[in-house]
Ligand binder design. Sequence first.
Ligand SMILES: NC(=O)c1ccc[n+]([C@@H]2O[C@H](COP(=O)([O-])OP(=O)(O)OC[C@H]3O[C@@H](n4cnc5c(N)ncnc54)[C@H](O)[C@@H]3O)[C@@H](O)[C@H]2O)c1
Ligand SMILES: [Zn+2]
Ligand SMILES: [Zn+2]
Length: 394
Amino acid sequence: MRALTWHGKRDVRVDTVPDPTIQEPTDAIIKVTSTGLCGSDLHLYEVLGPFLSEGDILGHEPMGIVEAVGPDVHHIAVGDRVVIPFNISCGSCHMCDHGLMTQCETTQNHEMGTGASLLGYTKLYGQVAGGQAELLRVPQAHFGPIKVPEGPADDRFLFLSDVLPTAWQAFEYAQVPEGGSLAVIGLGPIGEMACRIAQHRGIENVIGLDLVPERLERSAAHGVQTIDVSAVDDIAEAVRALTDGRGPDGVIDAVGMEAHGSPIGKLAHTLVGFMPDPIAEKLMENVGIDRLAAVNSAVEMVRRGGTVSLSGVYGGTASPLNLLQIFDKQLTIKVGQANVKRWVPEIMPLLTGEDDPLGVDTFATHHVPLTDAPDAYKTFQDKSDNAFKIVFKP
Ligand SMILES: NC(=O)c1ccc[n+]([C@@H]2O[C@H](COP(=O)([O-])OP(=O)(O)OC[C@H]3O[C@@H](n4cnc5c(N)ncnc54)[C@H](O)[C@@H]3O)[C@@H](O)[C@H]2O)c1
Ligand SMILES: [Zn+2]
Ligand SMILES: [Zn+2]
């Protein structure tokens, strides 16, 4: 089959690789019909190289048609239309029982000291072959795959794999009270969807921050008050001005470790990129390499006693945070990968009606053949050609 594989920093290719096969009784194989490109893939493309091996298949936002199931898989059958969550979880351990599928005790990576395995996401998370491919082996398929109805085009359901539950969790974790206010830093797919969800859930005062003009316009077009962070001197002050001078009740960081405007972190990223893997790996594990502009401004702008919800991915173990401010302002910080299946029952009814309240049908800007994926990675990273959400059609 053809698959998108990692070969080095900013070097991904479409290679011919062996077809996956059923290896465990709980596996399934799906023929991928649509598969998303995510901001998380850009971290692999740019800074997380030390945790990848040449030939690793990337991608964690797939959907498709079931081709084969192992003997222990019963809730889906050959021919079913399914969306595959990016986290791989068993559905029956202590953590899964508590809605913490990202911490699944069956797929935790003890050797790395990390949580549940993820599709296509480095040695830190099980080095599982990803979904930007013609075929995908789905581990823990007795639980993971979400069966979706026939009818609407793939985009209606595709974002259940990641964007929708991630943005839903980001909003839940921000703990905005009724009538309250929310700021969302970063208006990529995650941030923008979090704005849409907040509005759908009745929050009127939603403030979105980014620096890419097309992204600011996109959010403004559905009623978000936008702030161009590159055009204001004091970002927190600009946000406070829209929230009675107090700051929003909740702030979502939907940027993550590669935030613009963090010169020291950027230098660390560049240095790590030029080091041999074992040294770079240690450096990334032991030293703060995150670019912290987004999380720092979240801490600064949120109101006293408010909540910072981090969806953006961070990876440094010694990233310096402003603990004085966090403590003094009595903040709550809620973080982590999305527990996809935890939120599916709440999101699904918004996808099965006629009205498409979250606008998923028109959410993606680009649908391209998998063979064009290497160019698409570059376009998405450069944010050129108005690229916002790219979907590959294998
Ligand atoms: N927690 C999860 O489960 C989960 C799931 C998916 C994605 N993510 C993470 O969420 C983040 C966003 O993902 P995405 O697909 O929307 O990515 P993206 O790269 O398209 O979006 C990031 C946005 O942040 C903006 N930005 C950069 N620096 C900024 C700054 N200092 N202030 C304001 N805006 C800034 C960029 O212009 C861009 O529009 C990534 O870190 C990704 O890894 C987490
Ligand atoms: Zn993703
Ligand atoms: Zn589990």
